[in-house]
Design a protein around this ligand. Structure first.
Ligand SMILES: [Cu+2]
Length: 150
């Protein structure tokens, strides 16, 4: 275990040197995981402005990173969270809460069937690390608006 930790530290060192202050975070705080340059989350479908029926099949796109289940620490990975009719929480350094508007896909899912009431809804993807904390900088999609007819 100790060897693994040291190896992880060595691997993380160039990133940490580039973006983080030299002093380590306090032990009690959850450290934020760096995202690689160019990482991008996006909603493959539905398209922005689409008219759809419920349940809505939402496909999650991710570029420049991989998907890993929650609880698994692996460089440049995370799991998807679907923000439904809400913005990302202001405190980007805290684990995302699990609510009916912030849905975790901690098994590493890359699509979901989402029941939505008729009317307009917004959807947005936000990647979280193994502790459900958004990366630094956050890997977040643009927000789309869809209309559910029934
Ligand atoms: Cu999560």
């Amino acid at each position: 275990m100790r060897t693994l930790l040291i190896a992880a530290l060595i691997l993380a060192a160039p990133l940490a040197a580039a973006q983080a202050p030299a002093s380590p975070a306090p032990a009690a705080a959850l450290p934020r995981t760096a995202s690689p340059p160019g990482a991008e989350a996006y909603i493959i479908s539905p398209r922005d402005g689409a008219t759809v029926t419920s349940p809505v099949r939402v496909q999650f796109g991710l570029k420049g990173m991989g998907v890993a289940p929650a609880g698994v620490k692996f460089e440049n990975t995370g799991h998807h969270h679907l923000l439904i009719d809400t913005d990302a929480p202001a405190d980007a350094g805290a684990p995302l809460p699990a609510t009916d508007k912030i849905v975790h896909f901690g098994k590493g899912q890359t699509e979901a069937s989402v029941p939505l009431s008729p009317g307009k809804h917004t959807l947005q993807l936000l990647l979280g690390d193994q502790n459900h904390v958004p990366h630094n900088p956050p890997v977040i999609s643009s927000k789309i608006t869809i209309t559910v007819t029934r």
